[in-house]
Design a protein around this ligand. Sequence first.
Ligand code: NDP
Length: 279
Amino acid sequence: MAKIIDGKAISAQIKEELKEKVAAMKADGIEVTLAVIQVGKDAASSVYVGNKKKACAYIGIRSLAYELEEDTSQEELLALIEDLNGRNDVNGILVQLPLPGHIDEDKVVRAISPRKDVDGFHPQSVGALCIGQKGFVSCTPAGIIQLLKRSGIGIEGKECVVIGRSNIVGKPMALLLLRENGTVTVAHSRTKDLKEVTKRADILIVAVGKPKMITRDYIKEGAVVIDVGIHRNEGNKLCGDVDYEDVLPVCSAITPVPGGVGPMTIAMLMNNCVESAGC
Ligand code: NDP
């Protein structure tokens, strides 16, 4: 019987640990503060921003909300980031993506000071991860490492296959698994014979962005399967990139959708915020 990796419970545990840390920091006179910037009123972004603010309030992190109009200019946004970079009372800065089309996301990400880059998207943060130096790590892959470790799943020496090579999931995921001494393969849309590659995996991370694409014929018997995907199916129900019911009988452990990787992303963002105040 496969183990169901409970991301809800593990993220709740991390939040409790962070709550204690933040209380201890407060007692030492340190207030952790996150600035959250949203440009426009994209409905999905508003939900994500709302959830981040709620998590901050629960843990005891002060959050400053900047809700800017859709037609805010790039210059105005960059000026706000520059101001926040210089403020000693702000530890972390988060700009909710996607941004409206007239704003260059890359420029905005690069404008955030790497010391306050709690999303871990700045090229300096990515570079630090690449060469094994200290820096903020993208929250979803960092959360997956926590899911594995806290479920007692060893990574060292294991065959790890990551499907997907995006900058926010696939690539940092591969680097983190490498840092944990896994033997890592990254598959993508040009990979020849994907099944042959994925069937080698002791640990398979699926971030392909295609609902229920991964069925049992991609899985080695007894593999650990981590599903990063989030989609709404025809019945408006959430599902992942993995066909959960089909894969469940052949794997040794699996993350469900919802309740697997999803809750870990915010927990790790909160972790990065706490770290941003500690350095
Ligand atoms: P992207 O669309 O940026 O990347 C998808 C990757 O999958 C690409 O590298 C692409 O390859 C590869 N791919 C696409 N089709 C195939 C195929 N048929 N065979 C092999 N590889 C393929 O997605 P993201 O990384 O941003 O996200 C992946 C999923 O995770 C999405 O469902 C997203 O919603 C979800 N997500 C969930 C989060 C969470 O908190 N749980 C956070 C972030 C994302 P190529 O590079 O060659 O195009």
